[in-house]
Write a protein that binds this ligand. Structure first.
Ligand SMILES: [Zn+2]
Length: 302
């Protein structure tokens, strides 16, 4: 089916207390792995494309691959811009057909973040496309951040209320203890802070940096209001390790498909695991929608 808008699906997730997986994709194998698994699990899914991915694959190609894979699936697929860092990138993605946008002004002052976010929501809402924004800052593990720095960058509930009022955003990425690009799943979320935010904020809440978070803590976060969970690093690690192991086992193999396919399957396993944590299995069945062919049934001809 055609791409769907994130607005109604995140509100559904919020009402039914599950989260939708937002998985980052940089190439065709990832898009296929994510959408095939969502189809098998009957889960709604968000494919997110970062500015790095756009630089790598090109905006037109990234959009076309996701649209083509979504058309083959019967579950809802959303195409989301992850960490759009400026106004023009959001405009370009809107025009390309993205059905969900993000502006990350977390490096700006509160006032500047409000100003730019509000400008983007005004433009995007004119076309009915929702916008996610970030308040507080989810830091990067490459910066070797201390627990004190993570704590200091966390979202303040009262600021969040003001920010949403002034910007009219549709969902809010909160900083509650996760850190981007961690490879081991050891971080714990600040659940009391999440509860305080949830008490005063009524739009869907988003978790970034979940690759480094203990799955039990993610599950607790969903019970307390997280509706969209971003996963990038764990998928990349799974893909690269599987491809590396396959090649090392048989360096004489020069058919690239035989090297890449185990990588794709490793991504599928990881996506399935996360869909299980997120409670979204079976939530993507659309009443009356014909099941269509599943992406898994696509014949990959020689
Ligand atoms: Zn992020």
């Amino acid at each position: 089916m055609p791409l769907v808008n994130s607005k109604e699906w995140l509100l559904k997730a919020q009402a039914e207390k599950f989260a939708i997986g937002a998985f980052n994709a940089n190439n065709m194998e990832f898009v296929e792995a994510i959408i095939e698994t969502a189809e098998e699990e009957k889960a709604p899914v968000i494919i997110q494309v970062s500015q790095g991915a756009i630089k790598y694959a090109g905006l037109e190609m990234s959009t076309a691959i996701v649209k083509a894979a979504a058309e083959l699936a019967s579950v809802p697929v959303i195409l989301h811009l992850d960490h759009g860092t400026d106004y023009l990138q959001n405009v370009r993605c809107l025009r390309a057909g993205f059905t969900s946008l993000m502006f990350d002004g977390s490096a700006l002052s509160f006032e500047e973040n409000v100003k730019m976010t509000a400008k983007i929501t005004e433009m995007s809402h004119a076309c009915g496309i929702p916008v996610e924004a970030e308040l507080g800052k989810v830091l990067q593990s490459a910066d070797k951040v201390s627990p004190e720095q993570v704590e200091k960058a966390m979202t303040q509930p009262d600021e969040a209320v003001k920010f949403i009022e002034l910007t009219k955003i549709d969902s809010l990425a909160v900083a509650i203890g996760s850190v981007h690009a961690m490879k081991d799943r050891t971080a714990k979320l600040d659940i009391p802070r999440l509860k305080r935010i949830r008490q005063v904020v009524n739009i869907p809440l988003v978790l970034h940096g979940s690759s480094g978070v203990d799955p039990a803590s993610i599950i607790e976060g969903i019970a307390n209001g997280l509706c969209k969970i971003n996963v990038a690093t764990q998928l990349s690690v799974s893909f690269v390790e599987a491809v590396g192991a396959t090649y090392n086992k048989n360096p004489a193999e020069k058919d690239m498909r035989k090297i890449l396919l185990p990588g794709k399957n490793a991504v599928k396993d990881r996506v399935r695991e996360y869909i299980g944590y997120f409670g979204c299995k079976g939530k993507g069945i659309i009443a009356g929608a014909k099941s269509g062919i599943t992406a898994s049934e696509i014949k990959h001809h020689e």
